[in-house]
Design a protein around this ligand. Structure first.
Ligand SMILES: Cc1cc2nc3c(=O)[nH]c(=O)nc-3n(C[C@H](O)[C@H](O)[C@H](O)COP(=O)(O)OP(=O)(O)OC[C@H]3O[C@@H](n4cnc5c(N)ncnc54)[C@H](O)[C@@H]3O)c2cc1C
Length: 339
């Protein structure tokens, strides 16, 4: 969120911009994500649906812009997504979702078991129905973060300071006047809080700001040769995301365990069981790296002005921060420049 905001502000010539990061930009959730741009899979309610679709539909152009600026391909692929059901109850739910979206003019199809396997031949024969969302897409988050940092670093009047921890907000009277660092302070006309799962822990954050808390997610990458899976497949809280070259990212868990950065035996067992239930041939795949990170969870994303003058928010995106990154950058830049 910090990188996306810096880029959007620099596009608008917003003066001198400093990005502060205690490790390296992208060290946390943003590089750990699966990279699903799941606007139709994830949206709950009409307001989210419109925002999520705008975010997804703008991604191709953003990926092209980043490639033109940096030479880095962020792995944008319009690979489509299948949401599958193994029983009648699940089939009813996804049918309702897909038909509702189709009535709104979105690309969404209800498929029987044979139709689903035509889209994704590797699908389990236990699947009885599926909703197909051909416009869903993906990016590769670690590469996206590299491209964002490379783009920012090339901009005049933007500096990236890695290894710098913000110790607190500089609150003067009823205004945020910048931040306190380990050594000294950095004064600013406007400050954006984009500290992900750590946002509520920054001293000086207004008490009235809704809490952002970490929800751990674990992922494991498999390597299938030759590559078989073509489409993102979503099932009962499990998913597989094929990168197209044999790498398949399988996820995930949703765990309220504080900041315990672990990959657990139970986490891996449940992710692999769900992945193999969706695509049995993944049982032959080589097991690659596994990792975990923290989704910054709030009731809804916190974007724009805050209760403290001079402080703006770009946090709390929970499961959809990669999808919403560019939109968030634009919205927080709008709020800041029109305040
Ligand atoms: C397992 C998993 C899978 C996911 N899959 C998807 C997906 O498929 N699609 C999708 O859209 N989203 C996905 N997400 C969600 C997405 O990753 C997050 O919503 C998004 O990356 C959050 O971005 P952020 O910038 O708010 O947080 P982060 O990327 O965590 O960045 C916050 C940064 O702030 C820094 N920081 C914190 N405190 C301080 C301080 N005091 N001083 C200086 N720096 C500080 C941290 O070091 C960190 O780099 C997933 C998340 C997880 C964990």
């Amino acid at each position: 969120m910090g990188c996306a905001a810096a880029l959007a502000l620099s596009d608008r010539d917003a003066g001198e911009i400093v990005l502060l990061e205690r490790a390296v930009p992208g060290a946390e959730a943003s590089s750990a994500a699966a990279g699903i741009l799941g606007a139709q899979l994830e949206a709950r309610g009409p307001a989210e649906a419109a925002l999520f679709r705008r975010a997804r539909d703008g991604y191709r152009a953003w990926a092209e812009q980043l490639r033109a600026e940096t030479g880095i391909d962020v792995g944008y692929k319009n690979c489509g997504a299948l949401q599958v059901a193994f029983d009648e109850r699940g089939a009813g739910e996804i049918r309702e979702r897909a038909l509702g979206q189709a009535r709104e003019g979105l690309s969404a199809e209800v498929l029987d078991e044979r139709g689903a396997r035509r889209v994704e031949p590797a699908l389990s024969d236990r699947v009885i129905a599926a909703a197909y969302f051909p416009d869903e897409a993906q990016v590769e988050p670690p590469v996206l973060l590299r491209a964002l940092v490379a783009a920012i670093a090339r901009r005049p009047r933007v500096s990236v300071r890695s290894g710098v921890t913000v110790r607190g907000l500089l609150v003067e009277g009823d205004r945020c006047a910048g931040v306190r660092l380990e050594q000294g302070e950095l004064r600013a006309d406007a400050t954006i809080l984009a500290a992900g799962s750590w946002s509520s822990l920054v001293p000086g954050v207004p008490a009235s700001m809704p809490e952002v808390k970490p929800i751990r997610g674990q992922l494991v990458q498999l390597d299938e040769r030759p590559p078989r899976v073509r489409t993102i497949v979503f099932g009962d809280h499990g998913y597989v995301v094929p990168r197209g070259d044999g790498r398949v990212v399988c996820g995930s868990t949703m765990e309220d365990v504080g900041f315990r950065r672990e990959v657990t035996a139970a986490g891996l067992a449940s992710i692999l069981a769900k992945a193999l239930a969706l695509v049995p041939s993944l049982g032959e795949a080589q097991v690659g790296p596994a990792w975990s990170s923290f989704r910054p969870a709030a009731d809804a994303p916190l974007v724009g002005a805050s209760p403290l003058a001079g402080l703006f928010l770009a946090t709390g995106h929970h499961r959809n921060g990669i999808l919403l990154a560019r939109e968030t950058g634009e919205r927080v830049a709008d709020a800041l420049l029109h305040s």
